[in-house]
Design a protein around this ligand. Sequence first.
Ligand SMILES: [Zn+2]
Ligand SMILES: [Zn+2]
Length: 182
Amino acid sequence: MRIICVKLLAMKLCLRDIDAFPARVCLKADPDSFKINYDGVFGTRQVEVDLDIQKSGDEFFCQADVRGIVVLECARCLEHYEAELTSIINFIVCSKATYDEFRKEAEDDETYIFYRGEEQAVDISEIVRQSIMLAVPMMPICSDDCKGLCPTCGINLNLHDCDCSQEHIDERWEGLRDLRDR
Ligand SMILES: [Zn+2]
Ligand SMILES: [Zn+2]
């Protein structure tokens, strides 16, 4: 297995440069140009993709391990924090002509990306970007023990204590207190 590392502005993959399969290709996006514009993502720190590629006929079967470090907003304390999002995507790279000839009628569920030109270059930025967006949690939490905001005074309880917090965290015990007082 050959390992090729490249750092590119976009996630451009040149298949012609690979002479032995299966091959592993590591792509690193430049965070200054690879941005994820998505609700709830407040910054993109780093995006890396490890691609395992197997060639079969004129098609390249790719499995991509995507890792992105992005800035999210904690749903409890509303602070921004860096989170690592991961996902695995599978897709097939081939020429439009190959697809039209062998695959078009099959109507399978695979994702196809067409390469262009002599160097068989393909830009996978968009599929990588989408996989990171899908990995953004509905309720991002900065840490399992994030204490959130005080519901009364709004102070960030990870950073400060407040006097009202004591009275409010015991809601779940209220029922038991009623029993005891009976
Ligand atoms: Zn938090
Ligand atoms: Zn408070």
